[in-house]
Design a protein around this ligand. Structure first.
Ligand SMILES: N[C@@H](CCCCNC(=O)[C@H]1CCC=N1)C(=O)O
Ligand SMILES: [Mg+2]
Length: 259
């Protein structure tokens, strides 16, 4: 899984506001409304404890600070514990946190200590970005293209199938592809028989995974990015609404999913 870098997290709130405007324009809803629609919840002044974790590659600069910024963006009180790891976890609980946010290199969780709900970043990221793609208002198609069937892509494809969309998917990993066909009933996107989609959800660690044959003249591409799935020439040539932000939108979904 691609680990965030401090550079990915620079200028986070500007990126959030920019993407929120694109989401509003393309779907008629902002990110808070979208999260509320998906999870049926709203914030109610929960206190969020953010615990830095030193395992694996260790603490990522700006990561905890980004989580605090996101928490406050949604009107919640947040705090970063002075210590990491177990000592930090103890400080978060003793400090009255209702929700704990913490991540090692494999799993990033939100855990609500009051109602027991727990969420992961990879599932919530897949769900919210695929939801954004599916709500594109400039189409009446039910076809959505999902590029990438790893932990994030699979969660998004599953969400779209549940919502009744026609999901076409592609992933170079045939095991991932077969699993999604068998378990979700997605159709394999056939590069030899290109179809042009107005709604695309991409979740891969590679650049330029979207080719010209895949997209309609006017389309919405929704992706956590890192790197960008769209080649520059396509962005110039077509009228593409691109929703691409590496962390905040996924964390917003995590919080709403445990309220
Ligand atoms: N242990 C570190 C955080 C490690 C987060 C690694 N996970 C990712 O980078 C995932 C989360 C969203 C996108 N990639 C710390 O507490 O500072
Ligand atoms: Mg990507």
């Amino acid at each position: 899984m691609a680990l965030l870098t401090p550079e990915d997290l620079e200028d986070l709130l500007n990126k959030l506001n920019m993407n929120n405007n694109i989401i509003k324009e393309a779907t008629g809803m902002d990110i808070a409304q979208m999260c509320e629609a998906v999870y049926g919840t709203t914030p109610s002044s929960q206190k969020v404890g953010i615990v830095p974790i030193t395992s694996g590659n260790g603490i990522i600069g700006n990561f905890s600070a980004s989580l605090l910024a996101i928490t406050e963006y949604f009107g919640l009180e947040g705090f970063i514990t002075e210590h990491p790891d177990i000592t930090g976890y103890h400080q978060a609980v003793a400090g009255g946190a209702d929700i704990i946010l913490m991540a090692d290199d494999h799993i990033f969780i939100a855990h609500n200590l009051r109602n027991g709900k727990i969420a992961t970043n990879h599932v919530c990221t897949g769900v919210i970005y695929s939801e954004i793609a599916s709500r594109y208002k400039h189409t009446d198609s039910k076809d959505v293209l999902v590029i990438g069937l790893g932990r994030v892509g699979y969660a998004g494809a599953s969400h779209l199938v549940e919502k009744g969309f026609n999901v076409y998917a592609c992933d170079p990993n045939t095991d991932f592809m077969n699993k999604a066909i068998e378990e979700l009933g997605v159709k394999a996107y056939d590069v030899d028989k290109p179809r042009k989609f107005s709604m695309v959800f991409e979740a891969t660690p590679n650049a330029n995974t979207i080719s010209e044959g895949m997209i309609a003249e006017r389309c919405l591409v929704s992706t956590p990015g890192i790197p960008c799935a769209l080649p520059d020439e396509l962005v110039e040539k077509y009228d593409i609404d691109l929703v691409m932000e590496p962390l905040v939108i996924g964390v917003a979904a995590m919080l709403y999913s445990v309220f």
